[in-house]
Design a protein around this ligand. Structure first.
Ligand code: NAD
Length: 260
């Protein structure tokens, strides 16, 4: 059980982050939900998970493309809940274009949200984990943290970067009861994946079903999408005592993608 543990999940009003939040709250953790927006729906989502699970769940707005906002998110959550035990760096965006046409603004945004935000939140969270004498950092990387695809230069660079950053975090916490690992999902059918289907259809000149079957799941030998619940379960495993000596590594949840 994660009862008594305080979990912060960046980018968690949708997709994988939301799935992870539901799993951790169901196992008793106190959860800070986050995104860049600040709507009644965001706060209602926190209330809904709290009502379903009995956990203390609150929505804390912070834009993960901004360094100060990342650090302030950790400080605010720690103040609201009394500390930080689990940090899940999940916020991420995607953009698909050939390198020569890749917008500079998109490159900078993807590096900021998918990579630099984890540096800022981790920097703010580690002293708080050390103070409470326990910690888990789980970075949601990707199969694209271990392999590449054309047209995803910024995303692949950021995801390889976060795998490296995870290893450094593990080494700097190795003698403390703190671990840092990265989960590398293959394709999970979330709004992020939905949004890239039209661009991929254009790049490859294919229809939707062909893109799903021959581009996306072509690399996923199971021919099935992974689910947000499976990613949540993997985070929960990494937070368990069975995983106390698992640190500085990656766990693929990719239907065999990286075995190919
Ligand atoms: P999603 O679009 O459903 O969710 C992304 C989340 O990040 C949302 O909650 C969004 O609000 C948040 N976010 C975006 N910009 C933000 C910002 N500036 N500040 C704060 N929050 C922000 O996508 P998803 O598929 O659930 O992706 C979640 C993570 O999983 C990403 O890091 C993604 O790279 C990774 N991932 C996804 C897949 C997949 O197939 N879906 C595969 C591998 C890795």
């Amino acid at each position: 059980s994660l009862s008594g543990k305080i979990a912060l999940i960046t980018g968690s009003n949708s997709g994988i982050g939301l799935g992870v939040a539901r799993v951790l709250a169901a196992r008793g953790a106190t959860v800070a939900l986050n995104s860049f927006s600040d709507t009644p729906e965001d706060h209602a989502l926190a209330q809904e998970i709290a009502a379903e699970t009995g956990a203390d769940v609150r929505y804390i707005q912070a834009d993960m493309s901004n360094a100060d906002a990342c650090r302030a998110f950790v400080a605010k959550a720690a103040e609201a809940f009394g500390g930080v035990d689990i940090l899940v760096n999940n916020a991420g965006v995607q953009h698909v274009a050939p390198i020569q046409d890749f917008s500079v603004a998109k490159w900078d945004q993807i590096i900021a949200i998918n990579l630099s935000s984890a540096f800022h939140t981790t920097a703010a969270a580690l002293p708080l984990m050390r103070a409470r004498g326990w910690g888990r950092v789980v970075n949601i990387a990707s199969a694209h943290g271990l392999t590449a695809s054309p047209f995803k230069s910024a995303y692949v660079a950021a995801k390889h970067g976060i795998v490296g950053f995870t290893k450094v975090t593990a080494l700097e916490t190795a003698e403390q009861p703190i671990t840092a690992n990265a989960i590398c999902p293959g394709y999970v059918l979330t709004p992020l994946v939905e949004a890239q289907i039209p661009d991929t259809m254009k790049e490859y000149g294919m229809d939707r079903d062909t893109v799903i079957r021959e581009v996306m799941l072509a690399r996923q030998p199971s021919k099935e999408f992974a689910t947000v619940e499976q990613i949540g379960g993997t985070v929960a495993f990494l937070c368990s005592s069975d995983a106390a000596q698992i640190t500085g590594t990656t766990i693929s949840v990719d239907g065999g993608w990286t075995a190919l």
